[in-house]
Design a protein around this ligand. Structure first.
Ligand SMILES: Nc1ncnc2c1ncn2[C@@H]1O[C@H](COP(=O)(O)OP(=O)(O)OP(=O)(O)O)[C@@H](O)[C@H]1O
Length: 248
């Protein structure tokens, strides 16, 4: 059974159809990439899946259960977390404080959860562990604002992990990164994807080739093709849809 599915998912803005009857199945434990030329509707589909937009029609299923009408916090509580949206970096906090805030957010999300304030200090230990996981432990007490762009994005991944997602949605994790940072974040994503399911929108096709088990190509809001990267690359329609865009 797929972890995350879309069935006939549609979003219209006025007379314009940005997402057009999308069917998508993201299999458990895979890294699934969503690609397509500019304006193909990747961001809109992402926003629908994470409940930042309300669909005009169609269904979203998580673990086979209809989540179309649930709120974003309810989705997070069920283990699906979108990074780079929910987890913003606070520049004037240290890295440790940033992760602690994210951990506190998880505490806040769990309605059953109540613990005395002293227990919150335990969060520091957990925050440190998370920083260690992403290779930022040495910078725990530095301000986020002092970090390079790549490290800030890495910190964002740590704050996403703080919510302990089973399903991670990554929105263009490599955007604005130089080659060195791309390589670093690639290996980080591969590491954090173990035991999780990842759906990512990514423009950098080299990254998609390296990371993705499965690729869905969108064009004009609809699914144009789906398969392995090799299958997608060999698909003449996909090539045609990219022609004239800057992803060549
Ligand atoms: N809130 C909105 N109101 C009206 N039109 C919108 C809205 N959001 C997106 N669109 C339109 O929907 C289409 C798809 O946009 P979307 O941002 O989802 O594409 P994308 O594949 O993510 O593009 P890019 O690769 O450039 O980020 C575009 O034509 C866009 O102008």
């Amino acid at each position: 059974m797929p972890v995350l599915s879309a069935r006939g998912l549609t979003k219209r803005f006025g007379g314009f159809t940005a997402t057009d009857g999308v069917n998508l199945d993201v299999a458990q434990g895979t890294i699934h990439a969503l690609i397509g030329p500019n304006g193909a509707g990747k961001s809109t589909l992402f926003a629908l899946l994470t409940k930042f937009h309300t669909p005009t029609a169609g269904q979203i299923l998580l673990d086979g259960e209809d989540i179309t009408r649930l709120s974003p916090p309810e989705i997070v509580r069920r283990g699906m977390v979108r990074s780079f949206q929910i987890s913003a970096v606070f520049p004037h906090l240290t890295l440790l404080e940033n992760v602690r805030v994210a951990l506190q957010r998880r505490v806040g999300l769990d309605r059953q959860f109540w613990r005395p304030a002293s227990a919150l200090s335990r969060l520091d230990g957990q925050a440190m562990e998370l920083l260690d996981q992403v290779g930022l432990a040495d910078h725990a007490h530095s301000l986020a604002s002092a970090m390079s762009y790549g490290r800030k994005r890495t910190l964002e991944i740590a704050t996403t992990l703080a919510l302990d997602p089973r399903v991670m949605l990554l929105d263009e994790p490599m955007a604005g990164m130089g080659r060195e940072d791309v390589v670093l974040i690639e290996s980080l994503i591969r590491r954090v994807a173990r035991g999780r399911t990842v759906l990512m929108v990514e423009h950098n096709l080299g990254v998609v080739e390296t990371l993705a088990d499965r690729v869905t190509v969108l064009a004009r809001g609809a699914v144009l093709a789906e398969g392995s990267f090799a299958e997608i690359r060999a698909n003449a329609e996909v090539r045609r849809s990219y022609m004239g865009s800057d992803h060549g």
